[in-house]
Design a protein around this ligand. Structure first.
Ligand SMILES: *Cc1c(COP(=O)(O)O)cnc(C)c1O
Length: 425
């Protein structure tokens, strides 16, 4: 990789655009600083030391690293407790533990931010997995209320909640939808209204991509239970695997009963050599997340200037790290993703192609030349091959790497006549 591969006009265009973003970037540096303090505090409060890095084996009773990690996550996420495990294999699995652990036959789960993320829908009610133990197979009913003009339709939510409703489901990030992430302010208002009338309903929030985006975390706003992945923001690009569930103690415990078994719940689970990497990743997570946000904003600003529709806009408040860019052409989204792969430290020589990923309904092309397989806090891009041909761009462990990625996408679109040099001003 050399700047020689990138047209000087592209470099100039991106550098000029970057200059317009200094005020936004400066606010984000402040956010990283405050969240760094929060992480540092939590680590000091458990008196973290080298003994927490010693590997455990077998059943993993009294695994000191695991216990320290769970206390630290609980404090950072403002939960009564947290379940943070290498045995949680993905964000989807973390969410599944939270839902299966807390829902029973005859209960209803009500999704109020539209349809949940594809892989979550698959275990809730998808016909494709019928008979394999989806929530619906087990007698849990599912209802969904779409967003109205991109906002939670609170009146309809309040009208729909009934005695059967056990859990209200929110998703903060966009997933593969052309919409803004839900702002924390809106989550707060919604939670307050629901709790006022229905204090006993469990409010669950899918927090994937949400960590360290703000100085406030959803559990502080009255949400009861959250779940997320360690190969996104909270792992800082270093955690090799894992996920978490956090919130009210009893609800987290129930999720643990599902992860392991009722009775042994959360007391077992050897973590081998995992704790040190998770803790180190968590330590980096506030700055890594801010690098990813800055990179998303740079991409947003650059592509907006070129006349593409972008979500969010460069100066809009961010509630996840995803930048959606409507390229409007199936070939263009492929070229974009291939350019992101080409800019990667790992597997830069391979060319990604669309494929039918398990759990997704359309073929997806994914660029993820990452140290941690599939990690989307690392520079990555993905796009379902469907109209209106939107690419979802995210991550960047360091800001300079993200910037190189943006420049290379422009170069390859230029090489393939989706852009013209005259447009770069
Ligand atoms: C990534 C993601 C998930 C699922 O996480 P995986 O680790 O891919 O299983 C769920 N919800 C949202 C909003 C996500 O971004």
């Amino acid at each position: 990789m050399s700047y020689l591969n990138i047209d000087p006009k592209i470099r100039k265009f991106v550098n000029e655009t970057e200059k317009e973003l200094v005020d936004i970037y400066s606010d984000l540096d402040k956010l990283a600083e405050n969240n760094q303090l929060r992480v540092l505090d939590a680590m000091q409060n458990v008196q973290l030391s080298e003994r927490h890095f010693l590997p455990s084996t077998g059943y993993g009773y009294n695994d000191q690293g695991r216990e320290a990690i769970e206390n630290i996550f609980a404090e950072i996420l403002r939960g009564e407790s947290a379940l943070v495990r290498p045995h949680i294999s993905s964000g989807t699995h973390a969410i599944a533990c939270a839902l299966y652990g807390n829902l029973r036959p005859g209960d209803e789960i009500l999704a109020i931010t539209g349809s949940p993320y594809d892989t979550v829908r698959t275990f809730i009610d998808s016909k494709s997995e019928e008979g394999n133990g989806t929530l619906e197979d087990l007698g849990v009913e599912y209802k969904e209320i779409p967003l109205k003009n991109n906002h939670i339709d609170i009146n309809r939510v309040l009208d729909t909640i009934s005695d059967k409703t056990k859990m209200i489901y929110l998703q903060r990030s966009t997933g593969y939808n052309w919409r803004e992430a839900i702002p924390l302010e809106e989550i707060k208002k919604t939670v307050n209204k629901i709790k006022e009338l229905y204090p006993d309903k469990i409010i669950f929030l899918d927090n994937c991509y949400g960590e360290f985006l703000s100085e406030i975390e959803p559990l502080e706003l009255g949400v009861d239970l959250i779940a997320g992945s360690l190969i996104k923001n909270a792992g800082g690009g270093i955690a090799p695997t894992g996920g978490y569930v956090a919130g009210k103690k009893e609800l987290v415990h129930n999720a643990g009963c599902r992860l392991a078994a009722p009775g042994v719940a959360v007391e077992t689970g050897s973590t081998m050599n995992w704790p040190k990497q998770v803790l180190q990743g968590l330590f980096f997570a506030p700055t890594v997340t801010v690098s990813a946000i800055k990179n998303a904003i740079l991409a947003s600003a650059v592509y907006k200037k070129l006349g593409f529709e972008v979500r969010p806009e460069p100066d809009e408040l961010r509630n996840d790290i995803i930048q959606s860019i409507k390229l409007g052409d199936p070939e263009a989204i492929k070229i974009f993703c291939q350019a992101v792969q080409e800019a990667a430290p790992i597997d830069s020589y391979v060319t990604p192609e669309p494929w039918d990923m398990p759990g997704y309904s359309d073929p997806i092309i994914m660029a993820a030349g990452a140290f941690i397989q599939g990690s989307s806090i690392e520079l990555s891009a993905d796009a379902p091959i469907k109209e209106p041909y939107i690419v979802y761009y995210q991550g960047g462990l360091t800001y300079p790497h993200g910037k190189i990625g943006v420049m290379l996408t422009l170069q390859r679109l230029l090489d393939n006549n989706f852009l013209k040099l005259e447009e770069l001003k």
